[in-house]
Design a protein around this ligand. Structure first.
Ligand code: HT7
Ligand code: ZN
Length: 862
């Protein structure tokens, strides 16, 4: 497959001011008639060629200005028409079979309904069209189909007419007044019921809101509707953005490749991010629904009103929209805990990507298959980069920048450069050097050294940006860091200031707050970098207990554990060193457990040990390779030590939180703490943990407690494990989202037989390769299970490679998403590295590999 390069961008030679689509709908055969008004683009080089992209399509008829045309030919999958003159009407008929579409791109069938997914290049599977984001057109659509099968017919924009046809057919016409690229087109036809409401905008316009689901799912849609209304209000208040149609439809579908899709006026969602009630969804699920509803809604401005010029600019809409949804959730749920969660996701998903063979800048330079670039780098690091601009500008000036951006580029297909320029002009920042964050991949490392000098703390920061595939010798990045200098002796808290490191090495003089200075740095995680500092253990204990910045407290706790676990897993500690490390961590955890000032949600964050993935990254820095087996063992031993040493304190904390009612405002934090304690006891006293967890399972009145208890049981060798798993399955049989949890709990468990269990689950009657949620529930969970995936005989790697090969012909996009797990082989000790590489080679030798999987495997081996 060819490589597409950012530098090769040229505007499309034709404009398509209007597009008319007629759909004769059928699950096995849908006829599509597309009529395109085409005009020469005065801003592009003249060309007689009208290239219309297609994918797996055949033209049944091509008409030019109403007459059958012969001036066209196929160029591989594209249809190319030679057009004389300035303006024409082109009509093309195609026929597609939605029921045979297992890729879930284009028009497909899901549970008897028809729906579409067009981003990034799915529209070309529906009709021939310039399927690129800079061709904006106004769409008018007529849909016709059997009423009993498809009682509800939905499309973008407003419903302008509908009526009954002959023989049980009915039809609907829709018009979307806002010009849009083809990737935002959507259509849904099915037997659906709506939870309806209204929202009155800041200018007094009433908007009809509908969340469409299968009738039996209606009772689980209230949270989605509330989340939508909150998002609409928040975007008006925080970014001055008002909704611009009279109708906002959301449809939930159970077969979906990603989380959701922001089609204009007709969002299509994975059911996972719509349905929630306390019996079936955890606290985390509720938050995820709120966050994804907000994300898609915010795209109406950051993505739809202003879209991307080309797919290299994807972070323009995704990075910015992730930042907007993160800020929204901070306001809804609490800033400190949300920030910690977002950083945890960044470190678990993006840092490894930036350190591996798939590293790319937030604005990539080339790709073969764009679906492979919907990554944590484009989304989450993209959000961090914009967050840094916000930190440097301050909230109010940043808002001036975003106002200018929305104003200046409304209705356009814009670039990341346009965004940065608007922030520069509106917020009054100078961002010449900052643009390197868009060009350079890799997570910068900042080495910290300090000395007392001239009555202050002389802080020397040295940055390096690691080499990444195709990029070396990188320039210094501007790194904004919020810092403060506290005093360990007096407990004085220093005043915070923002410094910006712009050189390779720079010294800053910071004021002291007392005689024993302790530096608090990257407070609030103002920059997505790795801080390398050599703090004394006592300083970390002090910061963990006393820093006034919640993120810095969390960070100090993490660092205490990371330093100890990496040293222990690397064999750098003797017995005394191990004991001292464990004692210091237990002391710090004790302080957190007994701190009466802390709320339980934050306590839970501070008690959470670094994940094995994060430890893996920390261990694999420099020349050292990661040893997943050693990391796992050391982490389990530390959990055991905490459970044994703090048995009494943890028991009394558990006894306090267990009585907090579900709907008490403190209930969420209580549930979090409860499940963390259960996990610690599972390591230190498995028999007791099994009894506690079984009781929690039986008494649970909500999914958070039920799932938390079952998670503990799944990792234990106790009869209660199978008994409760069965009870859970029986209770929720038929509820796909909860049965997904049942698969995940087992695939992610610490049970020694997890590989056999996953193999067995793959033959379970409820397992299917056709549903991405189900595939991910079993295999993504397994690929993220360090103990199972990294089994020393390579069985875990083989299992994931087998999956990729089996899934690739069915759903290449989902198959390719499993490749990065194997792609980490270079950073791992040699035995496992060899086994992982061998599996990648095996995949690469397979015949007929999709473009998606081919690209990921080739890059991973390169
Ligand atoms: N903008 C949406 C991306 C998306 C997508 C991309 C490729 C294949 C399937 C997809 N479904 C949705 C989601 C978002 O970021 O809001
Ligand atoms: Zn998005």
């Amino acid at each position: 497959p060819p490589v597409i390069r950012r530098e090769d961008y040229t505007p499309y030679p034709w404009l398509i001011p209007a597009t008319k689509l007629v759909f004769d709908l059928g699950v096995n055969s849908t006829k599509v008639t597309a009529t395109l008004s085409v005009e020469r683009n005065p801003d592009a080089g003249a060309s007689a060629e009208l290239r219309l992209n297609g994918d797996s399509l055949k033209a049944d008829a091509v008409l030019l200005d109403g007459e059958t045309a012969t001036c066209w030919e196929m160029d591989e999958a594209d249809l190319v028409i030679t057009l004389p003159g300035e303006a024409h009407e082109v009509t093309i008929e195609t026929t597609i079979d939605p029921s045979a579409n297992t890729t879930l791109m284009g028009l497909y069938a899901s549970n008897g309904m028809l729906c579409t997914q067009c981003e990034a290049e799915g529209f070309r599977r529906i009709t021939f069209f310039p399927d690129r984001p800079d061709v904006l057109s106004t769409y008018t659509v007529r849909m016709e189909g059997p009423k009993d099968q498809f009682p509800v017919l939905l499309c973008n924009g407003n419903n302008t007419a509908s009526g009954e046809g002959e023989d049980g057919m009915h039809w609907a016409e829709w018009h979307d007044p806002w010009p849009k690229p083809s990737y935002l087109f959507a259509l849904v036809a099915g037997d659906l019921a709506a939870n309806s409401d209204t929202f009155t905008t800041m200018n007094g316009r009433e908007v009809e809101l509908n969340v469409w689901v299968r009738a039996e799912d209606l009772p689980r849609t209230d949270h989605a509707v509330e989340s939508l209304k909150k998002s609409m209000k928040w975007d008006e208040e925080t970014f001055g953005r008002e909704y611009d149609l009279d109708l906002y439809n959301i449809v939930a579908v159970s077969d979906f490749n990603m989380g959701a899709m922001e089609n204009k006026g007709l969002n299509v969602f994975n059911t996972k991010y719509v349905l929630a009630d306390i019996d079936t969804a955890t606290d985390g699920d509720f938050d995820a629904v709120e966050g994804v509803i907000a994300h898609e809604y915010f795209h109406n401005w950051s993505g739809n009103r202003i879209t991307c010029r080309d797919w290299f600019q994807l972070s323009l809409k995704e990075g910015f929209t992730v930042l907007r949804d993160q800020l929204f959730s901070q306001d809804m749920q609490g800033e400190a805990v949300k920030r910690i969660e977002d950083v945890r996701i960044l470190r678990a998903a993006q840092f490894p990507e930036d350190a591996g063979p798939l590293a790319h800048p937030i604005r990539p330079d080339s790709y073969r298959e764009i679906s492979n670039f919907y990554t944590a780098t484009v989304y989450n690091k993209g959000a961090e980069v914009i967050r840094m601009m916000r930190t440097m500008a301050g909230t109010e000036k940043f808002r001036l920048g975003t106002d200018l951006y929305f104003d200046r580029h409304d209705g356009e297909a814009a670039t990341c450069e346009d965004f940065v320029t608007a922030i520069e002009d509106g917020a009054g920042l100078e961002l010449a050097q900052f643009r390197r964050w868009y060009r350079q991949a890799g997570t910068p490392r900042v080495e910290v050294s300090q000395e007392l000098k001239d009555g202050g703390l002389a802080l020397t920061l040295k940055q390096t940006v690691p080499d990444t595939p195709g990029q070396d010798a990188k320039g210094a990045m501007p790194i904004p860091l919020r810092v403060a200098v506290h005093c360990r002796e007096t407990g004085a808290i220093g005043e915070e200031q923002l410094i910006v490191l712009t050189l390779d090495e720079e010294t800053f003089i910071l004021p002291l707050s007392g005689p024993v200075p302790v530096l608090s740095i990257n407070r609030g995680f103002t920059a997505p970098v790795v801080i390398e500092r050599d703090l004394e253990r006592d300083d970390l204990v002090f910061l963990a207990a006393s820093d006034d910045d919640p993120f810095a407290r969390y960070e100090a706790m993490q660092e205490l554990a990371v330093n100890h676990l990496v040293a222990a897993a690397s064999g750098d500690l003797d017995e005394a060193g191990r004991a001292a490390g464990k004692t210091a961590i237990c002391d710090a955890v004790r302080a957190v457990v007994t701190d009466s000032e802390l709320d339980d949600a934050m306590r839970g964050e501070l008690m959470t040990l670094p994940s094995e993935t994060y430890l893996f990254e920390a261990m694999a820095s420099g020349m050292r390779k990661a040893d997943p087996g050693a990391i796992h063992n050391e982490r389990e031993q530390l959990k055991t030590a905490i459970g044994v040493t703090l048995k009494r304190e943890l028991e009394s904390l558990y006894a306090r939180v267990v009585d907090i009612a579900f709907d008490d405002p403190a209930g969420r934090g209580a549930r979090k703490v409860k499940s963390i304690i259960a996990g610690i006891f599972a390591a230190s006293d498995p028999e007791r943990a099994a009894i506690m967890a079984a009781r929690q399972f039986d008494e649970a009145g909500n999914m958070t407690d039920r799932q938390g208890a079952l998670m503990v049981l799944c990792g234990l060798q106790t009869p209660a494990r199978d008994e409760k798993l069965k009870a859970f399955f029986d209770r929720y049989q038929g509820n796909d989202l909860v049965i997904d949890k049942w698969f995940t709990l087992q695939a992610f468990s610490l049970h020694p037989d997890v590989i056999d269990q996953v193999n067995e689950l793959a033959s379970h009657p409820d397992f299917t390769m056709k549903n991405p949620n189900r595939v991910r529930s079993l295999y993504m969970a397994f690929a993220g299970n360090p103990q199972g995936f990294h089994a020393i005989d390579g069985a875990g790697y083989r299992m994931i490679a087998d999956l990729i090969l089996a899934l690739d012909p069915i759903n290449p996009q989902t198959a390719a998403r499993f490749v990065p797990a194997l792609g980490r082989w270079r950073r791992i000790e040699s035995v496992r590295a060899g086994l992982m590489k061998a599996q990648l080679e095996r995949i690469s030798e397979a015949e007929g590999l999709s473009r998606d999987t081919f690209e990921q495997v080739t890059r991973s081996l390169g």
